[in-house]
Design a binder for this molecule. Structure first.
Ligand SMILES: [Zn+2]
Ligand SMILES: [Zn+2]
Length: 278
């Protein structure tokens, strides 16, 4: 357990910088499924989101850790009352954090007010590892609350929370990386975990696919709750039609976009549009 303790004590900002440098370099060196120009500009734009997120998260994390500690002190949640080994509580705890996040993510696609925030993550028409940063900073309030509710319901401790954040950061980076991941990975690891090819389906323009593969770590939540879908990564068109212009890809526009009424384009409307353009 001491090793896990040491691992989760590493500053997440170091992990983010190291992983970004490694993955950004790999994406330049290797043959990749999605090609686009202006990668540096795309990176700079997404780094602005990371900075905005880090700033808001600095304050939110204090509130979040305070709430989680209060719940731990008051022995809230199921895992406090079941007699299983600690390692099993760790694994179950990470999986249950992921399940709660799965439902909040599903809600963010369903509730119009939450979608206004969450669509910023989906707006990226290009895809590489930096897409992980693309998200409205206020959205931390939604997914951060999911973690607090998870502890209230299931009773994870602080080490489990740290481990969850650690694993989540790794997955989130690799899931957005613009690299060729072999199909055998989907057929083996993909029975339990979210693979990069699976998460990319979640970024497909067509809402039929956007509303799928909501989990961050364990794909079995999507398999159990009936939202797992698959499409080959080479056939993917990323982003959202309603954000498909240079102006709507800028940092400033995306920051104010939750306050703008933008109609979501449904699968049917997208198909009609495609047919009329042919
Ligand atoms: Zn989403
Ligand atoms: Zn994503």
């Amino acid at each position: 357990m001491e090793k896990i303790q040491k691992l989760v004590e590493i500053d997440p900002n170091y992990i983010i910088v190291v992983l970004l440098v490694i993955l950004f370099t790999m994406e330049r060196l290797f043959n990749r499924p999605f090609r686009f120009d202006k990668r540096w500009q795309h990176l700079a734009n997404n780094i602005l989101f990371l900075l905005a997120f880090t700033f808001v998260n600095y304050f939110f994390a204090i509130f979040q850790v305070f709430c989680i500690q209060w719940l731990i002190d008051h022995k809230a949640g199921l895992l406090n009352y079941v007699a299983i080994p600690y390692w099993a509580k760790l694994i179950a705890g990470v999986a249950l954090f992921d399940m709660t996040s799965y439902w909040f993510h599903r809600l963010a696609h369903k509730v119009p007010l939450l979608w206004r925030l969450h669509r910023v993550h989906h707006s990226d028409t290009s895809m590489d590892s930096s897409t992980f940063f693309r998200g409205h900073p206020v959205e931390i309030g939604v997914f951060g609350t999911a973690s607090i509710i998870a502890v209230a319901l299931f009773g994870m401790d602080m080490l489990t929370f740290g481990l969850y954040i650690f694993i989540f950061t790794f997955f989130a980076f690799f899931e957005h990386a613009n690299l060729n991941f072999p199909k055998w990975l989907d057929k083996t690891v993909g029975l339990i975990f979210v693979t990069p090819n699976f998460h990319k389906v979640h970024h497909e323009q067509d809402q039929y696919y956007t509303d799928s593969n909501f989990a961050d770590i364990f794909i079995f939540w999507d398999r159990i709750f009936g939202t797992f879908k698959y499409k080959p990564v080479t056939e993917m068109k990323y982003g959202l039609v309603e954000f498909d212009s240079n102006k709507k890809q800028s940092f400033l526009y995306l920051m104010i976009s939750p306050f703008i009424n933008i109609k979501r384009v449904s699968s049917d409307e997208l198909q009609k549009e495609k047919k009329s353009n042919q």
